[in-house]
Design a protein around this ligand. Structure first.
Ligand code: AMP
Length: 523
């Protein structure tokens, strides 16, 4: 795998250069990162057969990066689970899916977990083989070498990333080593084309959890290009003051985040080029970049440029990009999401899958060399969304995104929204159906629908509309609170509706379907 080979070369040529630094103070040089991941890969290889997924549990910590590389070197796809947002039962559901896939394969059924954070326990957790933080420390301190024959390559899986699934359980997107390498190459080209003069590789801001594929932007770009990751630890992100101090201290040259995170930072009047003098490029992905946000950033950071990029986890982070100029940001038109990278073709199709002419809206289909293999253990879901295509004489995979968009005459993609019940809240991908299915499983609920509330064209929060199966025994506020607590057992905090509204019945359309439009608030 080119990515691993590049890191190996940097470790040889610039061993003392920083590879990963965390806001908690801990750091690792390229030599340290390479040696630690070699030693851990030897241990993973001794415990797990090649190709078997390994859970990497924790938050932003240089050890997480050691674990991710160790898995790649041991030939095992890593499954990142963010310790600060994923509750135990959801972790158990992911572990159970991996465990089920192992049955019959190797005889072993307990997935290996590299727990950089304290691994949670709950009744639903299947047997797991957990290596706790301290033990990982001991293992990486022991000398050891990976078996190069086991390194992932080509169609081997690099990672399986679990995202919200509409039927109630998270679904795992299978990204191959080739997808990773192909994305990495474009990532670096993009940054080189929009920045100049980074001596010895830039520092990349690492803010998104590793279980959100946005983090692959910096993971691939920083280490694949000889730069450094500056990781904002979860505890740093809890306090605005600590976070701002960390941003100032980071020396970051490249900013990668959702627009929502940048908006949060913009609320601080001191967040500007003086605070981050080295910042040259903002890279956004994952949700709509509002014109006003881009305009304010360009004003406050006169030496920085802004890129809007677009793509789903199913096609490895991002596949289109466009530089947002001050003129575009000042315009009335929503910002485009970019033109496709080399190796990707975007098609817009109608409901029958037929291509529509330029300027017409339809479903966005992505074809190319970064389209994932499918959904882990779910051939049914894979068949529904993935297909095949020919691109420049080569067979590639295709993915129907469920996004509504159009290509203009210049081949620039414009995004209009979703064709289904997936939403983005603060950059987090949420299937409303997943929240609903958990609500409907509760005996005290007869019917449920979750709807977004929009403020200034952006989702500000979610509301759960429920019909109770019996008259409420307490105030609606207290019953609502109890329902939210039940949901928090299964769902990450960002998927818990802010409010619960009780109804005698849910609104219906003329043909007897749930009237979601009537439930969606726009302010
Ligand atoms: P995820 O898999 O979490 O990266 O979410 C992918 C989805 O986020 C896409 O299918 C889009 O619906 C949305 N998305 C990604 N990038 C953008 C963007 N630049 N503008 C608007 N929506 C975006």
């Amino acid at each position: 795998m080119k990515y691993l080979e590049n890191i190996e070369r940097f470790a040889r040529e610039w061993p003392d250069r920083t590879a990963v630094r965390a806001s908690t103070g801990m750091d690792l040089t390229y030599r340290g990162l390479w040696a630690a991941s070699e030693a851990l890969a030897a241990q993973v290889g001794a415990r797990v057969e090649r190709g078997v997924p390994v859970i990497v549990y924790g938050n932003k910590d240089p050890f997480m990066v050691v674990c991710l590389l160790a898995c790649m070197k041991a030939g095992c796809p890593y499954v990142p689970i963010d310790g600060s947002s994923v509750p135990p039962q959801r972790t158990a559901s992911i572990a159970a899916q991996i465990s089920a896939s192992m049955k019959g394969d190797t005889g072993a059924e307990a997935p290996l977990v590299l727990a950089v954070g304290a691994f949670p326990r709950c009744e639903e957790m299947p047997p797991v083989d957990v290596i706790e933080h301290r033990a990982i420390g001991d293992l990486v301190a022991a000398a050891g070498h990976s078996d190069r024959e086991r390194w992932i390559d080509g169609e081997d899986l690099a990672y399986i990333l679990f995202t919200s699934g509409s039927t109630g359980a998270p679904k795992g997107v299978e990204v191959t080593a080739a997808c990773f390498d192909n994305f990495c190459e474009w990532d670096l080209e993009l940054v080189r084309a929009h920045t100049a003069g980074f001596e010895g590789g830039p520092v990349w801001l690492d803010q998104a959890p590793f279980s959100f594929d946005l983090s692959v932007f910096e993971l691939a770009g920083a280490l694949g290009g000889g730069g450094a990751l500056y990781s904002l630890a979860a505890e740093t992100q809890l306090s605005m003051a600590a976070q701002f101090a960390a941003l100032k201290e980071s020396g970051a040259g490249i900013w990668v985040s959702t627009p929502s995170f940048a908006e949060l930072c913009l609320a601080n009047a001191d967040f500007d080029q003086n605070a981050m003098p080295d910042l040259k490029l903002f890279v956004f992905c994952g949700e709509t970049l509002p014109n006003a946000t881009a305009a304010r950033l360009l004003e406050r950071f006169p030496r920085a440029r802004v890129l809007n990029t677009y793509g789903p986890t199913e096609s490895t982070v991002a596949v289109t990009a466009v530089e947002v100029t001050a003129e575009m940001a000042a315009g009335a038109e929503p910002l485009p999401v970019g033109s496709p990278r080399l190796g990707t073709r975007i098609r817009i199709v109608d409901e029958e899958g037929r291509a529509v002419p330029a300027g017409t809206f339809g479903e966005v289909v992505i074809e190319g060399d970064t389209v994932a293999r499918g959904y882990f253990g779910r051939p049914d879901l894979t068949a529904r969304a993935f297909g095949e295509a020919m691109l420049d004489g080569t067979a590639v995979r295709a993915y129907r995104t469920g996004d509504e968009g159009c290509l203009d005459a210049e081949g620039m993609l414009h995004f209009r929204g979703r064709l289904d019940l997936q939403v983005k809240l603060n950059g987090f991908r949420i299937e409303l159906g997943e929240i609903e299915s958990h609500l409907r499983r509760l005996p005290e609920i007869a019917a449920a629908a979750v709807a977004p509330v929009y403020r200034d064209g952006k989702i500000s929060h979610l509301v759960a509309h429920v019909v109770p199966s019996a008259p409420l025994q307490d105030t609606p506020f207290r019953v609502g609170l109890a329902l939210k607590e039940r949901l928090a057992e299964f769902l990450p905090h960002y998927m818990i509706p802010k409010k619960v509204a009780f109804h005698e019945s849910l609104p219906m359309t003329g043909n007897g379907k749930l009237d979601r439009r009537a439930l969606t608030e726009k302010k």
